[in-house]
Design a protein around this ligand. Structure first.
Ligand code: SF4
Length: 322
């Protein structure tokens, strides 16, 4: 069975004949396509800025934590204290115990988020190691030279942390500037229809394929976004809702069922809930399209003059109303 694209579902939902006539069309670079490309480029830039911001943020955190640890180790070289040494040993054992408990729990339970648990385990083990270092250094006789060297090193680390924080803030400002300019919805962009890098989404079950303009991650959900250029309508068009529903189905099969999808017309964004009725209606259209491909019988299914007036295939259409 041949695959049907979400773009074709949109054309068929507008008018079956429009879809039929479009099958032999060569795609011309019109204003809409150019505008789309501009948005895709901007979104790709935005995605890049976002990941750079996150990288700089992580570096700032690592260097701040490093600076704190080095400073504390440095301080411990100024004093000798049996009480502090024993206190740190106790805390170190407690952290280690917590880490072992997490390991046991993640092995035992399937519902535990393993990645998150692993991250916590690495942090608790690092904390236990640091505390055990303190317990040793507080037992050693004072070493002022080493203490001062470590304090200077800690300041240097802090300078790096400040630099990475500054860069993270800079990328955040750039990210928000592009977002404001493109008037894109909130969330982390994880997929862009750039025709090169992002893979085509396919549904093996229903033999449908497509590329949503954007896929945005909001919390644990993946939200497809379809961007329409041109004039802003008073409400979302039925054909666009069908196209978006096809994308929601593709997201369901490739990621997880989205709670809704977004249709963006200029600055206006419509939220379309992913409902069973809508999905069935879209699948019914796909069934009709397959039938039409078999029989070759396709006709206009409406009496709306406005539709024909705005139809890009009216010049070659034998059933046009205007
Ligand atoms: S001109 Fe009218 S009937 Fe013909 S394809 Fe377009 S919308 Fe359909």
């Amino acid at each position: 069975m041949d695959y049907i694209s979400a773009g074709d579902i949109e054309k068929y939902s507008y008018c079956p004949l429009s879809w039929w006539l479009s099958r032999n069309e060569k795609h011309a670079e019109n204003e809409g396509v150019k505008k789309h490309r501009e948005i895709s480029k901007g979104a790709a830039d935005m995605k890049k800025k976002y990941s750079q911001m996150k990288e700089f943020e992580s570096m700032a955190i690592y260097f701040s934590v490093g600076a704190t640890i080095i400073a504390l180790v440095g301080i411990s070289f100024f004093y000798t204290s049996l009480i502090l040494s024993r206190t740190f040993i106790i805390f170190s054992i407690l952290w280690l115990g917590f880490s072992v408990y997490l390991l046991w729990k993640s092995e035992k339970s399937v519902s535990v988020d393993r990645k998150r648990t692993e991250r916590i385990m690495v942090s608790t083990s690092a904390a236990a190691t640091t505390l055990s270092i303190f317990s040793v250094t507080f037992l050693l006789p004072p070493n002022y030279t080493l203490g001062y060297v470590l304090e200077v090193l800690s300041l240097l680390w802090l300078v790096f942390a400040t630099y990475f924080l500054y860069m993270a803030m800079k990328k955040d400002i750039q990210y928000n500037e592009i977002k404001r300019k493109l008037q894109l919805p909130d969330g982390e962009i994880i997929y862009i229809d750039d025709l090169q890098k992002s893979p085509i989404l396919k549904s093996e079950k229903y033999k449908i394929w497509g590329r949503p303009d954007l896929l945005i991650k909001k919390g644990e959900d993946y939200i497809p976004v379809e961007i329409k250029t041109g004039r802003v309508p008073r409400g979302p068009h039925f054909s666009h809702i069908m196209q978006l529903t096809a994308y929601m189905l593709l997201v369901e099969e490739n990621y997880k069922a989205p709670p809704y999808g977004l249709l963006k017309y200029g600055p206006v964004i419509y939220k379309i809930d992913y409902e069973e009725d809508l999905k069935n209606l879209m699948l019914q259209k796909v069934k009709e399209m397959r039938e039409a491909l078999k029989t070759g019988e396709v006709h206009r299914n409406h009496n709306k003059i406005g539709k024909c007036l705005h139809c890009s295939r009216r010049d070659i259409c034998p059933e046009r109303l205007a």
